[in-house]
Design a protein around this ligand. Structure first.
Ligand SMILES: [Zn+2]
Length: 411
């Protein structure tokens, strides 16, 4: 099975290129390729890039908004609490149906790698994991899903959760998660972090925690995570998501923590769509943005990416599983407006995200996996500005989605 993409516009290349794909790999990239008897598609000078990546979402909770009560305060705390009752009645079928809708949208929008957190706690037990494992199996070869076992209700605070986390790893979770700020005291937060690293060592897996998702500067678990990463030698294997409190610290302490993050080579994931909505709810004016120090983290040389995080749930009522829409919001929230900054935003959902979640053979290079998209625009800026149709979505060298749009003006 071969495929030839003609007239592709590659990032940072003036000349158009052809891309020859053999089976699931990129065989050749050149200004003109002749390959008889292969399927040919014409990119017509449109931007052609590696497929998009969503490194942080909660697929077990998506599309739950219509079956629970609204979040009156708009806070993270209430968003978590509302779901407690629903979590007790989860079924595999329910989770599969709600999450499948989002995965199909992601696929259509060219997102072919997703890292999802799934709640592991004594309320829902392992149901969320079991539902998402079914989803992962169903979409194998179309959308690759990594699963993070996520103790959202705390570990010390939720006796029984630690055992469930070990069971989740045995059942097939790929990465161990955490939420150390959701404990009663700093000592308990430290114990939470230690438990997570014990599990990471036992299963030799990466760590991806929700860290200080609050605009309260008194939460300082990011420093605990960095210290433990260094102590365990887990450099470049730990991701910290949200880290909103980093933006609430004074500049001196924030700079100190960023140095530790550098030393530990921690990967950072900001989630502006959700955090613009959830944070700053107790501020009068000015209302803080509530997102982490994106530019300072980038300047420090850290890998930074961002995720959709939520779609139609109690945390965030919108979301279309389109990483270009999330990129648009992120560019606003992080004030990334210069030409190179806008290109960086595109990196953050392609190459940089791939490095964060540890993908191999990713990227538009000979020998790499042929996971590509052709967009209906020519530049990264237009991609983020317009969130255009993904004309072709190619997974493992095969066209898995094709979109055409046509507007008829009547005037
Ligand atoms: Zn999250």
């Amino acid at each position: 099975m071969s495929l030839l993409i003609k007239n592709a516009r590659l990032r940072d290349q003036d000349q158009l290129h052809d891309i020859l794909i053999e089976k699931d790999r990129i065989e050749q990239i050149a200004p003109h390729i002749d390959a008889p008897e292969v399927e040919v598609i014409d990119a017509r000078g449109n931007l052609t890039t590696p497929s998009l990546i969503d490194p942080h979402i909660h697929l077990d909770k998506v599309n739950i908004l219509d079956v629970v009560r609204p979040n009156e305060t708009g806070t993270l705390k209430e968003a978590i609490e509302i779901i407690w009752a629903k979590k007790q009645t989860y079924t595999d079928e329910d989770i599969l149906t709600r999450s499948e809708d989002v995965v199909l949208r992601a696929l259509k929008n060219g997102t072919l790698n997703i890292r999802t957190h799934v709640d592991v706690d004594t309320i829902g037990g392992l149901k969320p994991l079991q539902g998402i494992l079914k989803l992962k199996e169903k979409y194998r070869g179309l959308v690759d899903i990594q699963i993070v076992a996520f103790p959202q209700e705390g570990i010390i605070k939720d006796p029984g959760c630690e055992d469930l986390l070990y069971q989740a790893m045995e059942l097939g979770a790929d990465v161990i998660g955490g939420m150390p700020a959701n404990e009663a005291t700093p000592d308990d937060s430290r114990a939470h972090v230690k438990i997570i690293f014990d599990i990471a060592e036992k299963y030799d897996c990466d760590v991806d925690m929700h860290v200080d998702e609050t605009d309260d500067p008194f939460y300082r678990t990011l420093e605990m995570v960095a210290d433990e990463t260094i102590r365990r030698g887990w450099h470049s294997r730990v991701t910290a998501g949200h880290t909103c409190a980093l933006a609430a610290y004074d500049d001196h302490y924030a700079g100190y923590v960023i140095q530790k993050l550098r030393q530990a080579q921690i990967h950072m994931i900001t989630n502006p769509v959700t955090n613009l909505m959830l944070q700053g709810r107790n501020d009068k004016q000015p209302i803080r943005r509530g997102i982490t120090r994106v530019k300072e983290l980038l300047e420090a040389g850290l890998l930074v990416s961002f995720g959709q995080d939520c779609v139609s749930d109690t945390f965030y009522p919108l979301g279309s599983a389109d990483m270009l829409q999330v990129a648009n919001v992120t560019a606003h929230a992080a004030q990334m407006s210069l030409p190179d900054e806008i290109k960086k935003v595109y990196d953050m959902i392609t190459g940089d995200a791939a490095a964060v979640i540890g993908l191999e053979d990713y990227g538009l290079k000979v020998g790499n996996k042929a996971d590509l998209i052709v967009l209906d625009v020519a530049t990264e800026r237009d991609a983020i500005r317009l969130a255009p149709a993904r004309l072709f979505v190619i997974k493992n060298g095969r066209i898995v989605a094709q979109t055409q749009t046509e507007t008829i003006f009547h005037f």
